[in-house]
Design a protein around this ligand. Structure first.
Ligand SMILES: [Zn+2]
Length: 286
């Protein structure tokens, strides 16, 4: 019951819907039911799924760019806070990261450009069209309104995703740019810090304006940024020392020595940071 639902496989990538995703359409229907005519609820619902389709295409943008760099995508999953393309690994250089991060927003830009001509039609539609639902109703007018709003939706997705808050796309672009000069670890530390500030602002704005999903987004962003930073720290230590398995289970705690079976020596830890490698027990001169 609580497992993600696979709705298909496209370009070899399974597309899943997380059970929590259904909160969104359910919320939308419950909110508008009885308040507006049923046909308008239906319109809002189709617009919602139109935007979701654009979110999926955005994720496939990331996945295709990753494929170009030889990185496969395990799955794409839809959550209430958005879509997520789970890549097999991260890009091995800043350029790859930059291209993969930008590929999603580029899809939204292309979709917005494709839908833009609907703003140029002289057909008299606008937001007020929704209020006069039923009178002067035409299928073409409804379609024009639908595609205009979908165009707007893509511009919002574009702008939102490019906010420089790691691990959002804009934050990844920022990390890629910083990493060019200062390397992955420092770039991740800096962009994760900025991302945490962004997450806090988002959550506070959500609380102030009573937007629950903005709060949820802020919390998620904060945790996701922390997790990625942790993973990069572990990876950086492994690369610096080339260890095998022994490492402290929690960051910033371990003091002392641990045996590395791969390199047949002792790794010295200070507050969870590996500081040295000794081929013999370090009390003896080497
Ligand atoms: Zn994205």
């Amino acid at each position: 019951m609580f497992r993600s639902l696979q709705i298909g496989k496209f370009l070899g990538i399974p597309l899943f819907i997380h059970p929590s995703f259904w909160i969104l359409p359910l919320f939308l229907v419950l909110q508008s039911l009885g308040e507006v005519p049923f046909s308008e609820t239906l319109f809002q619902l189709s617009l919602f799924f139109g935007v979701i389709l654009c979110v999926v295409l955005h994720e496939f943008g990331h996945a295709l760019a990753a494929k170009w760099f030889g990185i496969s995508t395990r799955h794409i999953t839809l959550y209430p806070i958005g879509g997520l393309a789970r890549l097999e690994r991260m890009a091995s250089d800043p350029f790859g990261e930059l291209v993969i991060a930008l590929a999603g927003p580029v899809v939204n830009l292309a979709l917005a450009a494709l839908l833009f001509p609907f703003w140029l039609t002289s057909h008299p539609v606008g937001m007020e069209f929704l209020d006069t639902w039923g009178e002067g109703f035409s299928l073409w007018g409804m379609a024009v309104l639908f595609f205009r709003l979908l165009c707007l939706g893509n511009l919002i997705l574009l702008g939102f995703n490019l906010l420089p808050f790691f691990p959002m796309d804009g934050g990844r672009v920022l990390r890629g740019l910083i990493a060019w000069r200062w390397g992955l670890l420092k770039a991740t530390v800096v962009s994760a810090r900025l991302g945490a500030v962004g997450a806090l602002v988002m959550a506070l704005a959500g609380a102030y304006f009573g937007q629950f999903f903005l709060i949820l987004m802020g919390v998620f962003l904060y945790l996701a940024g922390k997790m990625e930073l942790f993973a990069v720290r572990i990876k950086a230590r492994e690369e610096a020392f080339g260890w095998g398995t022994p490492r402290p289970s929690r960051e910033g705690e371990f003091n002392g020595l641990s045996w590395d079976p791969d390199r047949q020596g002792w790794v010295q830890w200070v507050n969870g940071q590996a500081v040295a490698f000794h081929s013999q027990w370090p009390n003896q001169p080497e």
